[in-house]
Design a protein around this ligand. Sequence first.
Ligand SMILES: [Zn+2]
Length: 323
Amino acid sequence: MNKKFFYILVFVVIMLLTGCGGKSKDVFSENPSFPPPDGSSLIGYDGRIYVSKELATAINGIDSFDAEKRYVIAYDGDTYEYTYTAALESGAEVLTVEAANNEITVRTSLFFVFSITEDADYFYITLAGPRTKYAKIVMIDPGHGGDDPGAEYGGVTEKDINLEIAKLLFKMFENGNSGIKAYMTRYGDDFVYRADRPAVSNAAADLFISIHCDSYPDDTSVGGTSTYYPSDAASNVGRLKAASREIAGMVQDDVSAALGTRNRGIIANSELVVLKDAKIPAILVEVAFLTNDGERAMLQDGDELEKAAAAMYGAIVRALGGK
Ligand SMILES: [Zn+2]
């Protein structure tokens, strides 16, 4: 994603939040009132996806392939080809809808939930922000990714460990009964701009947790767990800062205890983009040091990563008041 696209993304997020302005209103408004489809197309997109009952007899549900933020809607009926790209006036794509082989595929860089309604002539699939469906949402941010490896030491790359822990944590929310929905800023080895991470999270989540590993090559005996939260100087209002600090303390103590690492405490930070641009409580966990032999071995041990993820899970569920 280039920088220009990022600004457009921020614009879209703002439009999503305010529900006003320009062409994006038609694309993302959560409660649009649409005229009936014009009948020129059996599948179409006018801010919702509509599917004519001349074509489809049933919508079979919507699968989310989170790795690519791609959603696939399967239907019973005949195959039909359709392509739509929602673009802002600048030409940047924000959403594509494609139909073929009895499937409609939606690709987007934002997070959505879908609802299906129907009348006598059409099925309608409406896109809305995740908050309209889930009461509590956590955004898990595996630090670095793609061309940005993060710290590298002793043949171990930080971005991989971060992703592994993040996936374990994500699964705990998927499989657990906390009632909290989790999303991830990346699901694979993808490059994500630092500034995009809070940008997509602010509109979609109640808590942002960035997962990292620490590094200090000058002294490889240094080890332990630290957790950062936004300082006074960061742009957070006081309430968010207090919530961030409290959650940081809970996660910090639990992760450090679970792994048996030195508890280096929580640290206020005014520089980290993912913290200072957050409009929701935000923390960044440095799980352990890649440069410390013992901790690097631990970070390559799946059981230990599971312990770290479980500690984060427990602390987040307590913090967000999950079931
Ligand atoms: Zn890092």
